[in-house]
Design a protein around this ligand. Structure first.
Ligand code: ADP
Length: 559
């Protein structure tokens, strides 16, 4: 149901006249304010841990101010772009405050990009500065050779890093040393000002530049802190890349809560369990693949812990078997859904009273749904993509998931057609196909490009994967369409077996699925081996689709 929009009240209305916005009652919402507050409220508490380093809120604030003033002194102004290529280290966090505090825009780059893709981002985003970690020197050097831009390139000095070539003209610590720790940064003029630019992964064609504003980042950070129960005693481990939707806005949410950031250069199960034990980590986020990494970690690296560790997962559909295995290990799982365009998490599977007393398997199935809107999103709907009309809440009719509210991007940079298309019908169209359950919870069935159409019937690749993950020997699974002369397409499964699990063959996997799913949904071919993944932990289905067309994928074999 649409909300009616009334005309604004007249200027002489009693609730308008002499009741103006003033600096006393109206300041632009910005996540930069969270750092300013913590530096005042908890100057001596640890804000950031990184290896042996412990940085207090006062120091974090001063370092961010130094960075901002040094960038300003080198000509970075409101509306300029500053790119950064870094793993989850303090410099990355500092840039998340210093750059927006100047009214400039932070472009965090995916560290797995190659030279060509980095050059595209630098050129398209018109970056003035690139802050880069020596670990990525080869790709960055290639990018700098390609781009026609004059850039200030700053090399990060990280005592915990592996080192590497320096490609810039100044070191990060030297830059900060010349900065002013008490610099009064200007902040945004308006909360609609842009603060971040993020390129979508663009598996086909050029990536699109998603633009965030201060207001959205502020709200999404608060919504996520609330949804994930962050408080000032929380200790947040950085297992999610900060370049991915600004770490799903946890770069700001953790600060908003006054919690401690624990940096991590590499996502390895042993390091994660060690951090949980040594720093009493209470919260971490990761794609389902990261959870699976913890579930299947070697026994000697699985250190026991005696406190509650909250894990938020999203970025791809978590199979209920993975949720179940994590909960069995003592983690408390929160399921989040979102995309780059929605500042990361926009929905969560909010637990209802009574779920905790359900048998674990039933609870995990409920939790595997993408759920309901975050408190800071206006609304979600599942609708017919051609009309925008909502589908019935019957748990069966498929439609496109659409989002609306203050935590949706401003639009795509210099791409009005793509922006208009994304915002058709007054909603943001996610490109995800979903059903709406009678209890109002949304369940994604597939990305529109991943759905398999066999003999005219839709098969949700996620539904088949959910079934495969329940097989006792399966560690990971992905299902894609394979061209088929008779059926148009058929499901082809790619499966990684658990280490040490009893061997199984394709016939056994197919039988397992046929026993549990409608027969047309069961895979017709099964390929065993490791699955290709992105740096944000998503399985690269487009590569698997290509493989499924080859004889290895069973194409042409009439199984
Ligand atoms: P990329 O294109 O690099 O994957 P995004 O991070 O924006 O970029 O990916 C967003 C997509 O990830 C969503 O459109 C959806 O398909 C998928 N996704 C994210 N969270 C979930 C989830 N909890 N369940 C299922 N799919 C998810």
């Amino acid at each position: 149901m649409e909300r009616p929009i009334d005309p604004p009240l007249p200027p002489d209305h009693r609730y308008v006249r002499d009741l103006d916005k003033t600096p006393a009652n109206h300041v632009p919402l910005t996540p930069v304010a969270f750092l300013e507050r913590n530096a005042r409220v908890w100057p001596d508490r640890v804000a950031v841990r990184h290896g042996r380093l412990a940085i207090t809120w006062a120091e974090f604030g001063q370092r961010a101010r130094r960075l901002a003033s040094a960038l300003a002194a080198r000509g970075v102004c409101r509306g300029d772009t500053v790119a950064i290529m870094a793993p989850n280290i303090p410099a990355m966090l500092e840039a998340h405050y210093a750059v927006p505090a100047l009214g400039a825009v932070l472009n965090a780059l995916n560290v797995r990009l190659d030279g060509e893709a980095i050059a595209f981002c630098l050129d398209h985003g018109a970056a003035k500065v690139l802050i880069t970690d020596p670990e990525f020197a080869p790709a960055v050097r290639a990018a700098l050779a390609r781009t026609g831009r004059e850039l200030l390139v700053v090399d990060i000095d990280d005592p915990e890093g592996p080192g590497g070539d320096r490609v810039g003209t100044i070191g990060y610590e030297a830059l900060l040393a010349g900065g002013d720790p008490a610099y009064e940064w200007p902040g945004p003029v308006d909360e609609w000002d842009s603060l971040a630019l993020l390129y979508t992964s663009g598996t086909t064609g050029n990536p699109k530049g998603v633009v965030y504003h201060h207001r959205g980042a502020y709200l999404n950070a608060l919504g996520n802190a609330l949804a994930f129960r962050l408080g000032h005693d929380s200790v947040y481990l950085w297992t999610l890349p900060m370049f991915h939707c600004n770490g799903w806005t946890y770069t700001w949410a953790v600060t908003a809560a006054g919690a401690t950031h624990v940096c991590l250069r590499r996502v390895e199960p042993a390091a994660i369990f060690r951090a949980i034990r040594d720093h009493r980590v209470t919260h971490l986020c990761g794609a389902p693949i990261v959870l699976n990494l913890l579930v299947h970690a070697p026994a000697e690296s699985k250190l026991a812990f005696d406190h509650v560790v909250d894990v938020a997962t999203g970025g791809a559909a978590p199979p209920s078997a993975v949720i179940e295995a994590m909960e069995a290990m003592g983690f408390r799982v929160t399921h989040l859904y979102g995309l780059t365009e929605s500042y990361g998490p926009a929905m969560l599977c909010a637990p209802q009273d009574g779920w905790e007393s359900l048998p674990m398997t039933d609870r995990a199935r409920l939790m595997a749904r993408q759920g309901v809107a975050m408190p800071t999103l206006d609304r979600v709907q599942v609708a017919d993509p051609s009309t925008g009309a909502p589908v019935p809440r019957d748990g069966a009719t498929m439609g496109e998931l659409m989002l609306r509210g203050n935590t949706i991007m401003k639009g795509y940079l210099a791409n009005p057609d793509a922006t208009a298309q994304a915002f058709a019908h007054g909603w943001f169209s996610t490109g995800d196909l979903a059903v709406w359950h009678p209890d109002g919870y949304v369940e994604i069935r597939d990305r529109s490009k991943d759905i398999i159409i066999t003999g005219g019937e839709n098969v949700s690749s996620l539904e088949v994967e959910e079934c495969l993950y329940r097989h006792p020997s399966v560690m990971e699974a992905a299902v894609v369409a394979r061209p088929d002369e008779r059926w148009g397409e058929t499901p082809c499964a790619f499966v990684t077996l658990k280490p040490g699990a009893p061997p199984v063959d394709a016939a056994e996997i197919i039988r397992w699925c046929r026993d549990r799913l409608a027969h047309f949904k069961a895979p017709k071919a099964v390929v065993f081996g490791p699955l290709p993944k992105t740096s944000t932990g998503k399985i690269q289905k487009y590569l698997l689709r290509d493989r499924a067309r080859t004889p290895e994928g069973g194409a042409g074999r009439g199984l």
